[in-house]
Design a protein around this ligand. Sequence first.
Ligand code: GDP
Ligand code: IMO
Ligand code: MG
Length: 428
Amino acid sequence: MPALVLLGAQWGDEGKGKATDLLGGSVDYVVRYQGGNNAGHTVVVGDQKYALHLLPSGILSPGCTPVIGNGVVVDPAVLLSELSGLNERGVDTSKLLVSGNAHLITPYHTTVDKVTERFLGSRKIGTTGRGIGPTYADKINRVGIRVQDLYDESILTQKVEAALDFKNQILAKLYNRRAIEAGAIVEELLTYAEQIKPYVADTTLILNNAIDEGKVVLFEGGQGTLLDVDHGTYPFVTSSNPTAGGACTGAGVGPTKISRVIGILKAYTTRVGAGPFPTELFDKDGEALRTIGGERGVTTGRDRRCGWFDAVIARYATRVNGLTDFFLTKLDVLTGWEQIPVCVAYEIDGKRVEELPYSQSDFHHAKPIYEMLPGWSEDITKAKTFADLPKNAQAYVKALEEMSGAPISAIGVGPGRTETIEINSFLS
Ligand code: GDP
Ligand code: IMO
Ligand code: MG
């Protein structure tokens, strides 16, 4: 079982950090393959809580080598401050590897992110403002700056000038902002270069060798399937591919090397930022899910939008990712409801639709069709096996599994490392 992908099956914040950390003790490498510090992954170890943004969650497992792959966008200031924050808490980060091909988020990318959102007004995406979209845009436009450019001042200067020549026209003429001076950006980037150098490596070579040697490699997605730029609710998405294929391009590992793809699935649904969300609740149930589930963004502190479980989305995640397993999280949050609605299909223009519509307009008009499942009131946070769960909680899990198209191999019953019911081992 050498290479596994672990990714979000909904709109992010499914509990990927906890799931990765849980496996971290048994894997040799944990690799971020896309996104950047727009992610917010919470890991609870004993009485310690860690919020990771850019670093892979495997950084908290001593035997594991954390890797930032070529598909990630790296804000060097954030990288260094996250590392020093962990060092201050006694976490050894010396094993970290960063791809020399990863693109850098610079101060002009965060500026462009923020002014673009302001310019869009009511049509804004609700980005995290971390410069993610503009950095990926520069990558695709071939005017990006890569980690390796930090080690050739002349090339770095030429590339920053080329990127800013165009951007400054837009900043000044369209957004009425002051132009950004290339020299100041180069100077700032060079202050990070030597501190980052010890981590920079040819990560695709290292990871392919590791897989060939039978080492266990875990690819940790940021965001989620419905935030994928190709397969998500475009344009209300992030600018990268959190779906399983992104692990291949974002880490330089071929699809034949991936043996298992695990979708992290919350027992209900949440979303941050703008965009369609068929099962969203605007009533006291939505408020209760938010309060009980602690649904507040780790990165931006925004309240998460909350709604019931959506099986159409789960089936879609199974399809576009080729999921082999689900890890169902936060089942404990649903304790106390007499009946729990689950969306089994949509009604669109009077017709019942079983699959996620490819048309954005249809998805905007999708009304959830609910089936009511009986709830439970017993505390489940101490459950260690499936049999420990109350009958109705077991039935809820079985119903979700049936509707979602892949086996549920683990269940989260609390935020801590040990608050997990393992049904099938991910590493066998
Ligand atoms: P990520 O972005 O997918 O890593 O998820 P976040 O960390 O943004 O949000 C998930 C939240 O749920 C975090 O606060 C976790 O500590 C918490 N969490 C994860 N699994 C469980 C679970 O099974 N039960 C409960 N109650 N909380 C969980
Ligand atoms: P984790 O890894 C939830 C959302 C933003 C916005 C959209 C685009 O913690 O699950 P961006 O800054 O990426 O250009 O914003 O994507 N978004 C997330 N939502 N969890 C995340 O990460 C997210 N990362 C980005 O709210 O709607
Ligand atoms: Mg998160």
